[in-house]
Design a protein. Sequence first.
Length: 94
Amino acid sequence: MPTLRIEHAVPNFDLWKQAFDSDPADRKGSGVRCFRISQAIDDPNYVTIDLDFDTVAEARKLLATMEQVWAGPGKAIMVDPRAHIVETIENVQL
């Protein structure tokens, strides 16, 4: 399952979370099956978002949409976003 992994700093987590929850990229309509939000233990204003898809094409399409968001209104609520599309090769529960 391909995952679009995004990470960046935010000046204010609560404001960022409101923007995220408003869903400007239409996650469900873009093929996101599920997502996870994580905060750095030592810096709660650094977030990582993992968005899971059925196909790499869907992940790439959402990444292109997010790059437009980051270049526009997203600049005010996030700092230096970085993204990678990754594929889980092993998932072991102990």
